[in-house]
Unconditional design. Structure first.
Length: 302
C-alpha cells in the first residue's frame, strides 16, 4: 500500500482484476514479501523482483520459471490462504500442500535432465498444512553441505534495527560449516551496510574459510533513480547440485513475521548456471572484500 495505492486503485478498476491488501502486520507482525505469480495453474515464476519497472532494468535480481502443475498448485494453496487472510478470514478448508521436502517433484527436462525440486514458505505460523519451512530447509541444506557455499544476499543481520531479539541461528550455521571445511563466499549488497548489521558482517568475514564482499552498482548514467542500482538477489548454491532461489533476506523477521517463499532445486546444470552468475559478480568490478578496519556509511537509497 502507501506509495503504491494509486497504481493498485488503477488496476482494481479494470474488469476481471481483483485486488486485496493483506494486513500482514496484524496477522503475523510482518509484511507481504513473497514475489511470485501463477499462470493458468501450471506456470510459476518466483524470485527476488518486486513488480516494479526498476527491478527489470536497474536492479540485479534472480528468479526462476517452472512449468509444472504440482509445484504451481503448492504455491496456489499459499496464495489462497493469503487471499482469505486478506479478507479478514482465518483460512479454513484450504487443502494441505502435498509438494514439500518429504515429497519433492521430479521433472525430466530436455535441457537440464532430471530436476528434483520443492518449495518452502515462511512464516510457519500461517503456512498451510504440509508446507515446508524455509528456515528449517535452509539450515538443513547448510548442515549437509560438504564443499562449498556461494551466497548472494540483499541483507543480513542477526539483529535488525527494530528487533529486540538476537537471531544468530544462520550465523552459527555458517560458522559451523566453515569450521568443518566448507569454503564459503558471500556477496552482500551495499544496502546491507546499516546499523549493527555491518559489524556482524565484518565479524563473519574474519572466520577462516569465509570470504565476504560488498557489491556497489554505479548510479545510472542518465541520472539518479531512487530505490535502484542494487543487488537485490536472494539465492545460494550448495556444492555442485543444490540451488536455493528465494524472496527472503537473512534476518529473523523474514522467517518469523513476513510471508516469503523459496524454491529448492537439485540439479547440476541449474546449479552451474547460478554459479556462473555468482562468479561474474564475484570477479567483476563492482564487488570488493569487506574491510574490517573501514568505517562504512549507509548508501543513499531514495
Amino acid at each position: 500500500a502507501g506509495s503504491n495505492d494509486k497504481s493498485i486503485d488503477e488496476l482494481d478498476s479494470i474488469e476481471n482484476i481483483s485486488i486485496r491488501k493483506i494486513p500482514m502486520g496484524k496477522i503475523s507482525g510482518g509484511i507481504m514479501h513473497a514475489k511470485y505469480f501463477i499462470v493458468d495453474g501450471e506456470n510459476l515464476f518466483i524470485g527476488s523482483p518486486n513488480m516494479d519497472w526498476r527491478s527489470l532494468i536497474h536492479i540485479h535480481e534472480i528468479g526462476a520459471r517452472v512449468r509444472n502443475k504440482e509445484v504451481s498448485k503448492a504455491f496456489t494453496e499459499v496464495f489462497e490462504t493469503d487471499w482469505e487472510y486478506s479478507n479478514g478470514i482465518f483460512p479454513d478448508g484450504i487443502p494441505a500442500i502435498k509438494i514439500n521436502a518429504s515429497n519433492p517433484v521430479t521433472i525430466n527436462s530436455n535441457q537440464y535432465g532430471k530436476i528434483i525440486l520443492y518449495p518452502a514458505f515462511s512464516p510457519v505460523k500461517i503456512n498451510p498444512k504440509g508446507a515446508s519451512s524455509e528456515e528449517e530447509e535452509l539450515l538443513k541444506i547448510i548442515a549437509n553441505t560438504k564443499d562449498s557455499l556461494l551466497i548472494q544476499m540483499y541483507s543480513y543481520s542477526p539483529k535488525a534495527k527494530n528487533e529486540t531479539n538476537y537471531y544468530d541461528t544462520l550465523d552459527k550455521a555458517l560458522r559451523e560449516a566453515a569450521l568443518r571445511g566448507v569454503k564459503i563466499k558471500i556477496i552482500f549488497s551495499d544496502w546491507a551496510i546499516r546499523d549493527v548489521a555491518t559489524d556482524f558482517i565484518k565479524a563473519l568475514s574474519t572466520v577462516p574459510g569465509i570470504q565476504i564482499k560488498f557489491s556497489s552498482i554505479p548510479q545510472y548514467s542518465g541520472g539518479y533513480i531512487p530505490y535502484s542500482r542494487v543487488e537485490h538477489c536472494k539465492y545460494f548454491i550448495a556444492d555442485n547440485n543444490i540451488s536455493w532461489i528465494s524472496t527472503s533476506n537473512w534476518e529473523w523477521g523474514y522467517f518469523y513475521n513476513s510471508r516469503n517463499a523459496t524454491l529448492i532445486i537439485d540439479n547440476q546444470k541449474i546449479n552451474l548456471e547460478l554459479s556462473e552468475v555468482f562468479q561474474r559478480d564475484w570477479t567483476g568490478p563492482y564487488t570488493n572484500f569487506v574491510d574490517i578496519d573501514k568505517k562504512y556509511e549507509p548508501v543513499k537509497r531514495n
